[in-house]
Design a protein around this ligand. Sequence first.
Ligand SMILES: Nc1nc2c(ncn2[C@@H]2O[C@H](COP(=O)(O)OP(=O)(O)OP(=O)(O)O)[C@@H](O)[C@H]2O)c(=O)[nH]1
Length: 260
Amino acid sequence: MKDDHDEALLAEIATLLDSSEHAGHPLHDALQRLYRHHCEQRGQMHRLIDISDRYQLLAMEARQVTQQRYERTLRRQRKLSRISDGYQALMHERNKALRQASTHDPLTELPNRRLICERLETLVAEHRAFTLALLDIDHFKRINDHHGHDVGDRVLVALTQALSASLREYDLCARWGGEEFLLLLVDTDRNEASTIVERLRSRLSKVTVRTGQQTISVTVSAGLSQHRPGDPHHLTVKRADQALLKAKRAGRDRILSDSL
Ligand SMILES: Nc1nc2c(ncn2[C@@H]2O[C@H](COP(=O)(O)OP(=O)(O)OP(=O)(O)O)[C@@H](O)[C@H]2O)c(=O)[nH]1
């Protein structure tokens, strides 16, 4: 509005200056100089405004480019951290699976010999009391021979489940060999262990597996040995093995302790 007013005023002055009617007027020259000076100033001011506008536009574009770059980088970083999180979770799962595979038996999912030996070493180092029971299925070969290896596997798994369900939380049952299981009874003497394992033996004899029209059940023999302070754990295992051999020779389906 103000610009329109200025334009009109300037146009009016220009007309007055151009008019021959005022050519000799005493203010004519002074007004003309003032008019030119004003026009120059005005032109300069418009150029400055133009420069400032362009500068602001450039600054805004630069800000937008920076913002876009920043957002792109942020998106890339978020994507990278999602990939990294996924990768770490995968590694964690793989490590867990590897640890499980190296410490557990795949068929029965029981701890394996390595895991129970680690536990035994720790107990020995900590001077803890424990009793071992080595359990062996009686005449297991006959099951495989008569019903096939798959049925033998099912018998192993069924016995394992019954075993695991019967143990106390702080005990450990490992698959020691083919049809052998090693029970670790912590803070337990041989008398107490004998009662526990006798109960287990009785329970395992009631486990059944059906195949076709037949129902299979098995008996187990066990050898017990109480750990002697100062002995390495493998000697305690060896004594349990000797007691197991005696139980087998004595007719199976029984528990014998090693001689103290
Ligand atoms: N199905 C199956 N059989 C196994 C597995 N591991 C070992 N065996 C079998 O277990 C049987 C053990 O046989 P033996 O050592 O002669 O012992 P046994 O027949 O149980 O006789 P005693 O121990 O003397 O009572 C063998 O036939 C092995 O093949 C397994 O993972 N699955």
